[in-house]
Design a protein. Sequence first.
Length: 364
Amino acid sequence: MKLGMVGLPNTGKSTLFNALTNAGAASSNYPFSTIESNLGRVSVPDPRLERLAELYKPDKFTPASLEFVDIAGLVKGSWKGEGLGNKFLASIREVDAIIHVVRCFEDELVVHPDGSINAKRDIETINLELVFADLEILERKFERTKKMLKGGREFQKEADFLEALITYMSEGKTARSYDFDDYGSGIIRDVPLLSAKPVIYAANMHESDFPDKFETNPNYISVKESAESENCAVLPVCAKTEADIAQMDEEDRALFLEELGMSESGLSRIIKQSYALLGLISFLTAGPQEVRAWTIKQGTTARRAAGKIHTDMEKGFIKAEVASFSDVDTYGSTGAAKEKGLMRLEGRDYIIKDGDVVLFRFNR
């Protein structure tokens, strides 16, 4: 899973990226301090996997991971190539979801490209750039579809759909806020629309807004309203605080979060929201050689999940031996769970559940 972090210059985007990944991306008080996209890979925290490691003491411990991409700051006109627009658009096409960092803090020492803090305006600035880039693609597709109408009326429905979508987005609305039916979803499934990508709005606020003052921050309220209008998630964060947390050991981090009235770090909250947003779950494999978490889409069958490990396992799939994590945790191993009759044999069409501990049987 690849998450692209976007935002106007000086939103705290690169500071947050550094805090989440410890990747050391440039973070400065001037526009375009991020020239090239920075990439950081982070492990997905999973107490279940850590518990399996305690039980099995494996040679190798492999958590699931995801990538954060710190994408160059966006300005008006990026869709036409202004500023670093071409790099921005190329980078964002490659990500699975967007973390849109929105500035909700006042600081006269940190300049804003528009001269003032206005979260609603800033969100619209970036969304419009994505919409304009999408409209270029949709209009070209619409023109091709109209030409095909000359050869037969079977393309009329597609042309009508594209025309309606273009009219809707020409009002500055994102594709993700459009009410697609099954037909429309099929038409644009392979069209690389930037404004259709799932979004988490990260409202970056001052540390004094935590733990309970952020709800009254007017810019945070604006972010929430924008997110609700697009059915998007919104997370209150403080990039500066996250940067401090990133430098602490586990014990100090827990104490610091408790003092702030927070149960978990911004990284954990973003990961949870990202999994939910993209419909992802993890299944687990465990043994003395390795314990590992594997990320799959909700609804994935056992046979397809086996292919996540190796294509040969999918091709030669026989059965999946499945136990719940809670049963393995209670009895100490998959073998012990099996002795208790708690490990099931499942066929190729079994739908893997989050936290399933699985052993695949296959023909080599």
